[in-house]
Write a protein that binds this ligand. Sequence first.
Ligand code: ARG
Length: 269
Amino acid sequence: MNTELLVSDATHFRIDYEINPYMHTDVQPDPVAANAEHDAIVAAHLAAGRLVEYVPAAPECPDMVFTANAAVVRGERAVLGFPPPERKAEMSYFEEWLVDRGYEVVEAPFPFSGQGDALACGDLLLAGHGQRTDQRMHAVLAKELDYDVIPLRTVGPRWYDLDLAIAVIDPHTLAYCPLALDEPSRGSLRALGLDLIEVGLDEASRLALNLISDGRTVTMTRGVPRLAAALRERRLHVVELDTTQLAKGGGGVRCTALTLDNPPRQGSR
Ligand code: ARG
């Protein structure tokens, strides 16, 4: 799982606006350090044997490094994100890249945070709503991508995207922060019968859950030792990276990569 990823670059990454509680226009990333951080993430993907595709960041798009919000892709189809107005200019670049690569691209009719609010786990799609995604998108995702959608709600803007509150480790294992989800959502997750790793508010707030796992290697932020240890106990290879600069935009490792190879349902076209 998660072996083909679309990334951009941190060349134009900066804080021009504040659309999540982590962003402050008076706390700017250091450009050299931000590029080094992003390069190290890409190098870690390559070292893990993942394929990396690249779309260059546009100068007028300071958040374009966070490619996860561009779409959700399954098989040959992509449902595009419908971001806040501040990030709208990114979409034509992502759409063009996807169309050029032969994906059948579907526009989102309602606000939608792309993969930021839509985590694939086999045929399940853990789908956020109430922050950046309109709940009406869930029916669109079910229809267009043939997923069984599990609606989940986070408890506030600190979890503006679901990929800050939950991580898919492998098809049988999730890590999540119980306190970031409302009670019905916690119940829905428990009812899935998967192995659940609980993460505390302290580590989740440091974007511990914004990780990429292919079921063998987990690429994650440095400085969240309890989650790292829980993953190592499960015999995963854990690679911890500095994400200090990206965190100024409210993002981490997961936000910088859109998964391109989510497998279609068995037996479907
Ligand atoms: N500054 C970006 C925003 O607020 C960060 C996006 C992070 N992406 C994610 N998948 N959580 O839109």
